[in-house]
Write a protein that binds this ligand. Sequence first.
Ligand code: DQQ
Length: 544
Amino acid sequence: SIVTQVYRTAYHFQPPKNWINDPNGPMYYNGLYHFFYQYNPNAAVWGNIHWAHSVSVDLINWAPLDLALAPTDPFDAYGVWSGSATILPGDGPVILYTGISSENQQVQNVAVPTNLSDPLLRQWTKPDFNPLLAPVNGINSTLFRDPTTAWIAADGRWRIAVGAQIATKGMALLYRSADFVHWEMAASPLYSSSIPSPMWECPDFFPVLLKGREGLDTSANSEEVKHVLKMSLYLKDSDHYILGRYDEEKDIFVPDNATDDYQKWSRYDYGKFYASKTFFDPKKKRRILWGWLNESDSESDSIAKGWAGMQIVPRTIWLDSNGKQLLQWPVEEVNSLRRNEIHLHDLELKPAALYEIKGAKASQADVEVDFELPSLERAQLFDPTWEMDAPGLCSQEDASVQGGIGPFGLLVLASENLEEHTAVFFRIYKDQDQFKVLMCSDQRRSSLRPEIDKQVYGVFLDMDLEKEGKISLRTLIDHSVIENFGGGGRACITARVYPAFFLNASSTHIYMFNNGLESTVVRLKAWDMANARLNLKVEELSVE
Ligand code: DQQ
């Protein structure tokens, strides 16, 4: 069993011990970022779920506060599950969350700050009129949870969506309220799958600008925006989204392309990533995404380590100028942790090259690299049957299989002799008159330990390679986490890995490699990352 703490991270959000899961109620209020999360205060496994609470001025360094919500009342006796915050103009923030009632039903509750003049919003009160919403009208009382941030439409009434499954259809139910106390279910859901789908957990619904990176308040709606609908599917362990329009008159979401098959929806992240939630940051006018990173080792490993789970480095999220996909990038504040810049210009990575990036702290680093492609002539031909299975293609044509253009990329968290490493790489195919860019993260050699989940992740990047002439990769490495951003944030793949060589304290390495027939010219910047401070005292917040 694992008795050391070699897999703990240095700049990802995680509490000192015990289990954490979904991000809850993120918001910016009165100069502070608030972050809540699903937390078991007693053990490193899921159960006895509370809301823990931390505050920050920069989204990277945090001061923990007392637990914000505990299962104390008949309407949440068996758990305070996921939910969201809404800032009511003039009245301050409120939290909506799912309670597991003493009758074991999922109900939606409200909590308000006990003392609005406390700048930290440390204590929260649950009014006696809870629950706000009970599972009536044919709603399955075990498949009804995770209220969104509320938005207000032109008629002045508030709306929320709640995740559910009715019969065999997953959906986001819609509720309306004039006073935030009395809520009525709308006759039609905000959106529903018309083919069988599991329960939609943790729905999220928000506008994005058609042009530019700026974020919008959740209630914004106009000709200048699209809406994003996202849900989490526990059977797939993944977060899926589609783009569309919010029709305020009909009060429904209308997707751009009616794709009922949720397997064709896009994903925020093609690796380990779940139960995400966004919020609007009015301070820097951006929309920020949080997401939970579960472990890939076993439950007994979690118990031995004494902790399980963490959050991604928060990401700014906005619409690509092509209007077809979301882009994500780590919030700029994380750059404050960068130390000791390494810079490589115009380095030619020849066929069969293996190049060690020396001088970086390879277990705790930020790497940005551009792979320039002078010629695409030798790209392999694409077989259309691969279209639906990028991960399968990544495992079949892995980093060791020589290609035309690529595979090239990084070998990270690598042991001295490369016996253990995670390969993050690209491979280019020619598909009629277009090029396809495959992005992979292969965990199969990440650890010699047998019991770890080492599934291979992969996705095709939606980009015009001929026009851009290069592919960029940013990789955040943090001990047992690798967050990858391909093509400037067009696709993200996050992996959790547990190298065995960490346990005998041998040194960690990063390499670049090229296993194609054509050279690629590389521009690289890499930094060591300093530790984030996750245990600040509140007095230390303003001096950060
Ligand atoms: N986790 C919460 C639920 C949610 C699930 C319980 C998603 O509210 O549906 O901890 O991970």
